[in-house]
Ligand binder design. Structure first.
Ligand SMILES: Cc1cc2nc3c(=O)[nH]c(=O)nc-3n(C[C@H](O)[C@H](O)[C@H](O)COP(=O)(O)OP(=O)(O)OC[C@H]3O[C@@H](n4cnc5c(N)ncnc54)[C@H](O)[C@@H]3O)c2cc1C
Length: 355
């Protein structure tokens, strides 16, 4: 069977798009590599709570149960996505890890690791913007007796039996891990260039809700506000400021730049001798599986951005959802993927009409 559309990835972006396509009577299949929908969230640290309130963590047609101003934990989001797929009767095949794609005679052949091939007239990449953690080349200079891991492998302090921890990267995830590890471990946090924080709430209202009301969150990636927001790169830090971290006993060092024996050294000469290094320098896409020519480059997947064309790629029937800044700051968020999915559903519909 040749599907009208195959979507790779059953995260919020892929599921939301599938529900829009189904309503347009387009035959759609989602291929998901995990065992369960929502496992991306289940693997995140145990203590994780979203920085967006429930009212902003739901997709059209299904309310997330609980206080709409409160912040859900990772299991609530994971289970919500699973029930969203059931609620909309979406066709999702689990344990299907896509590893290559071919494009011949305007048909995509999508191969999975277990040897199956699926065919589609349109293909949508919904594999997410946060698949791999950035690790610097200098990691190779760190001696083997120091354990290295990435922040997506970190679950809770009990997992780390050695005491001295260095976390490299002071974004939201690095700060959260530093705060909770400081209760039981000696923690050094290597920080990047200072970035502004988004406080959790202003005047008792979640800051992102305020930004949404002020339409800042939806400012087009290409206009002056969008470009300013992107440049400022605010950290939604759940109020974990430097002051709070210092109070907890976390040593805040400047940028990690060199290794001398077992010592990790900052650009200001501060040093520590950790047993474990946790890399937390932000996330990036995994482009390995999209093996058709000119679909990705060193910046990741090639696509257009903005509220009118965001999601189009160099191929007339290949699209992307769930990409950071696809149309605006909100694109990366649960709340923001909806508009992008709606637009891309229209693109898919048009592409099928033109076939
Ligand atoms: C630590 C962290 C905290 C966050 N907190 C919030 C928050 O509080 N509020 C908010 O709105 N947003 C938050 N986000 C941002 C965003 O909502 C999440 O990153 C979300 O998971 C993105 O959804 P997605 O559907 O785009 O991608 P994902 O959730 O990553 O889904 C992609 C899916 O594709 C599958 N996949 C990948 N590759 C393949 C392949 N080759 N074959 C088959 N399947 C594949 C994956 O298994 C996954 O299920 C957070 C992000 C991170 C990293």
């Amino acid at each position: 069977m040749t599907y009208d559309c195959v979507i790779i990835g059953a995260g919020q972006a892929g599921l939301c798009l599938a529900s829009f396509l189904t309503k347009k009577n387009i035959t759609v299949l989602i291929l998901e590599r995990d065992e369960r929908i929502g496992d991306v969230w289940r693997r995140r640290p145990d203590s994780m709570r979203l920085f967006t309130p429930r009212a902003m963590d739901q997709l059209p047609g299904l309310i997330m149960a609980g206080d709409q101003k409160g912040y859900p934990d990772k299991h609530e989001v994971a289970d919500y996505l699973e029930s969203y797929a059931q609620h909309n009767n979406l066709h999702v095949l689990l344990n299907k890890n896509v590893y290559s794609v071919e494009y011949n005679d305007k048909i995509y052949s999508i191969k999975t690791q277990d040897g199956e091939t699926f065919q589609a007239k349109c293909l949508v990449n919904a594999t997410g913007a946060n698949q791999k953690v950035n690790v610097l080349d200098i990691s190779r200079d760190i001696p083997a007796e120091i354990q290295q891991m990435t922040i997506d492998q970190y679950q809770n302090p009990k997992q780390l039996s050695s005491k001295n921890i260095a976390i490299i990267g002071d974004g939201a995830s690095g700060r959260q891990a530093a705060k909770e590890l400081a209760e039981t471990h000696n923690v050094t946090l290597f920080c990047g260039s200072p970035r502004p924080f988004t406080p959790q709430e202003l005047f008792g209202i979640n800051t992102l809700v305020l930004f949404k009301k002020m339409t800042i969150l939806n400012s087009d990636s290409r206009n002056i506000i969008g470009r300013w927001l992107r440049k400022r790169n605010f950290i939604p830090c759940n109020n974990i400021t430097n002051k709070i971290l210092k109070k907890k006993g976390v040593r805040l060092y400047s940028k990690f730049t060199s290794v001398d024996g077992k010592k990790l050294i900052s650009d200001r000469g501060e040093n520590c001798e950790p047993h474990i290094v946790i890399w937390s320098l932000g996330y990036k896409e995994d482009t390995d599986w999209l093996t058709i020519p000119d679909s990705s480059n060193s910046d990741g997947f090639i696509c257009q951005v903005g509220h009118d064309v965001g999601g189009k790629t160099p191929y007339p029937d290949l699209f992307i959802v769930g990409r950071k800044w696809l149309s605006c700051r909100a694109s990366e968020l649960i709340y923001g993927c909806v508009k992008d999915a709606q637009r891309v559903a229209n693109f898919v519909e048009m592409a099928l009409k033109n076939k």
